[in-house]
Write a protein that binds this ligand. Sequence first.
Ligand SMILES: Cc1cc2nc3c(=O)[nH]c(=O)nc-3n(C[C@H](O)[C@H](O)[C@H](O)COP(=O)(O)OP(=O)(O)OC[C@H]3O[C@@H](n4cnc5c(N)ncnc54)[C@H](O)[C@@H]3O)c2cc1C
Length: 389
Amino acid sequence: MNYDYSEEQTMILENFKNFCKKELEPRAQMLDKASKDEVNVLIKENIKKLASIGYLGMLHDEKYGGSSIDLISHVIASEQVAKACASTFLSAGASCGLFGMPLKLFGSDEQKKKYLVPIIKGDIIGAFGLTEPEAGSDAVSMKTTAVKKGNKWVLNGAKTFITNAPICDVALIFAYNDRDAGPGGGVTCFIVDSKTPGFVVGKPFDKMGFRGSPTAEIFLEDCEVPESAVLGEVGKGFIQAMKTLEYGRIGMATVCLGIASACLDYANAYSKERKVFGRFLNRFQEIGFKLADMLIMTDTSRLLIFQAAWAKEINKPDAQILASCAKLFASEHAVKCANMAVQVFGGYGYISEFPVERLYRDAKLGDIGEGTSEIQRVLIARDVLSKFA
Ligand SMILES: Cc1cc2nc3c(=O)[nH]c(=O)nc-3n(C[C@H](O)[C@H](O)[C@H](O)COP(=O)(O)OP(=O)(O)OC[C@H]3O[C@@H](n4cnc5c(N)ncnc54)[C@H](O)[C@@H]3O)c2cc1C
């Protein structure tokens, strides 16, 4: 086993570290504090910036403007994006990942040309509409329906907590076309242009964290889409959503890793500047122990994410569970790291001028998005128990 980065991975790390430090990090506080209208402008600019270094196409085929890089190298780049600006990572990820990955896996050549090419260039923004007001963890109880009328599908329902809804040009909408199809069946995924009549976006949510990534509800009111809007096969939407979330969980784990890693850097630097009782903070064992714990949590998260990415890359049967393990560990430990970083900063950590305050608020989403910690434990426990059956 070799833990060294390849030459190419080292280059990716350095390129993204420099780029994100220069282009994204200085805007992260501004994005967090911006009004909702300003956020919509700034986040699109940031996504465009990421397109300019090829980030949005890293996992996509060359044919559509991507670079088909391996998942571990993508995680290496993503950590730097998330570390510099977690909101930018979330919105970019929702567009090229949550929207783009199902297109890559299940889309037709025509759909990929129409949507993936501009997504990779950052010219249009995508969103992923699965969650509903009464169906989050329990996605199968979604209520949105798709009814075939002639050569059109008519969508009705509501989606909530949708990242990028206020700025999206196109969204994936999951809807029941056949409620009696049995477990895992009867759901179809539709690619819906946001300008389609009956596609209505609600007011952006006022969130605790990730304030630079806009989130809103999407209402589908007799929203008519053509047959060509069906992604892959009719009735396969639920399986497509679950396959996408395997990548999504690695993504959410990585944003948490970026947050934890930023917390460690800020706390470390501050401990070398701040003097109390005539000594720098880092001379106190209590502070050193916090930094040591943060380093272990960050490194362990990274290793679990690499393991999950590697398993997914080679299609190992336990890839899904490894993604859940990585997501669960990285998210819960990002919250712990952020808490420690605020503690190292003392009173200043509680003031919004200092980035650890933002990171503390951002960290909490990791426990909730892409399947809560409880749901990850349910999945992992089911897997562990099955091995001793
Ligand atoms: C900022 C943000 C961005 C998001 N972006 C998107 C997006 O782009 N697209 C999208 O489709 N969704 C998105 N989501 C939705 C997110 O995935 C859901 O919020 C999440 O899956 C939880 O669903 P819920 O909020 O309905 O909570 P619920 O399912 O109502 O859960 C409430 C609580 O009950 C617990 N619980 C539920 N079931 C069980 C069980 N079986 N055993 C034990 N405990 C259980 C949960 O863990 C949680 O603690 C986003 C959410 C947020 C906050």
